[in-house]
Design a protein. Sequence first.
Length: 322
Amino acid sequence: MARPRALITGGAGFLGSHLCERFLAEGFEVVCMDNLVTGDIRNVEHLFADEHFHFEKRDVTEHIHVPGAVDSVLHFASPASPIDYLELPIQTLKVGSLGTHKALGLARAKNARFLLASTSECYGDPLVHPQSEDYWGNVNPVGPRGVYDEAKRFAEAMTMAYHRFHGLDTRIVRIFNTYGPRMRLRDGRALPAFMSQALAGEPLTVFGDGSQTRSFCYVDDLVEGIWRLLNSKEHLPVNIGNPSEMTILEFAQAVIRATGSQSGIEFRPLPVDDPKVRQPDITKARRLLGWEPRVPLAEGLARTLEHFRARLGAPPAVRGGR
């Protein structure tokens, strides 16, 4: 019996690589597609020995061709950190628009199920807290973050258009802050910045006064939520994230404790349009998917720390440290 087949765009990225592993473990043949602009071949090179894993270096905004049957298309290709989409604004808009269109077109041609990786950034700097899926957001379309926010909002609209007009079987996951192994060391997000700085003995850079909040979900929990959503019957967006809210300053202090670092905190001006609060309402995920995060922050940070030590060449952790 032939294995089911999944195409994962952005498959060499942080989230995409974990999805590749999960789909292989579930008995799929996996086609991983990435142009490696922000992805890293090291994230998937351990999968090359698996005969059911196939890597293609390709820009999905130009063309997507996969011979043979495809059962699922998961569109995860996109710059996803502030540094990336501020340095790559046009590419970010193109992969959210042209890339989504081409991925949807392939799914339609193959009669495959389609899952869009959307984002909590669709809510912008929210006026509703916590954020539920029926909130339409507070986004500045012409601000520096607008290239990412609006690309994802457009991608959601395009996905729903294909569902309503063509009858395509679609899913939309709105991903909240996620962390774990294989995050790029200097991608501008809080966890990589804090952990790299702590391991180097440098001050941790906190923007503003650190009172802005985020909710951090460990990557294994996120992947489980995505897997359940793909196998559900829900076509409208679903939040997947950790509802345990904390301030950025509290998160920085948690990283210092996890690393045993002596680093201090250095405060810098808050970036333009940086959301003040971010917390998912996961009522829908609990009800429809029976999903909620399981990995405590301390455990997730410990798992992530080993990856960062290996990438940075840092010495092993000292047990019994701070």
